[in-house]
Design a binder for this molecule. Sequence first.
Ligand code: SF4
Ligand code: SF4
Length: 357
Amino acid sequence: MESKKELEQLTNCALCANMCKHSCPTYLATGSETITPQKIARLILYQEKSFLEDEQGFFEVMFRSSMCGACKTHCIYENYDLRKFIQRGRSEAFQAGMLPDEIRKRVETFMKFGNPNGERQLFQKGTGDLGYFVSCSAYKDQQLLEAMDKIITVSKGQVQQFGGADICCGSPLYYAGDTEGFKQAAQKMKGEIVKRKLRKIIVDCPNCMKMMTEVYHEIGVDLEVEFIHVTEFLNTLLREGKLKVNRANITATFHDPCILVNDLGISAAPREVLGELGFEIKEPVYSRDDTHCCGGLCGARIGDCNLTDKVSAMRICELKETAADIYVSACPTCKAVLSGLDMKDITEIVAERIIDE
Ligand code: SF4
Ligand code: SF4
């Protein structure tokens, strides 16, 4: 444990009445007490004190959190984030060579290709000091890329698009506990941004944005550039009249991506965008900072696919209850994982309604 304060925080959590467990999606989807926040904290504390006999079992639990941040948002203590300790448990697993198979393979692919998709193809388009970083999850989604292209063209923006398969924020390595590999990915990203002389960058993936605005700083890689999430970019374009859209009298349900709301604090912008399109928003019971993870689990799919599927199935049921005409999100991973709902990204929804004069 790095400091007395951290030990106190973790002990408080281990002794807590598990006050946030009813916001924890992995617990809600499985009913498994072992993976509730307080039980995880207790395991980490026992591991610290070398009380545990089953080290492999401990590491498995570390990879069963979706790292969604709901426990941080609903914690009774201020400025406490259990994920910091889970992340350390993952780093120990990495160092001990005890990663779950699926995650180990992902790290190997990343090491070979520089991204988790196992491809080498740089995405580079347009010029200017406003950048659009195409995340590796958006790069696989042709409709999303075409939608963004249309928005940039119609709004007459000068945007330098870059990323895709060849440049990755490194989050798969971060969530696998590969601290050194993640640092190298962060430094590579910094070099790419400096090379392109970017002033501001639009990001489509909330997790990439969290890495670049928050986690890079924690590992000593600071980017001298402003970031905005695509929902904020779209909102600004609509408000400034740079996009003319057909309003429609339909109902829409917005799924708040967990990292977008719990880490980046963004929940108003996507709703304002949908409002500009004339949609009536039908909120699911769990929305805004009560949202539940889609099951995509921060780009580092956890070791247990059954668990992943249960989290996704639960979220689909919660969203379906609104019986809205359309379902929208603002994260390429959420869209892919919640495909059972015919989910669309907010970028596509805006592009579909553009009046191209
Ligand atoms: S994360 Fe906070 S609310 Fe949840 S069990 Fe730990 S101390 Fe209690
Ligand atoms: S990060 Fe999410 S899944 Fe993990 S313990 Fe906290 S609420 Fe549960």
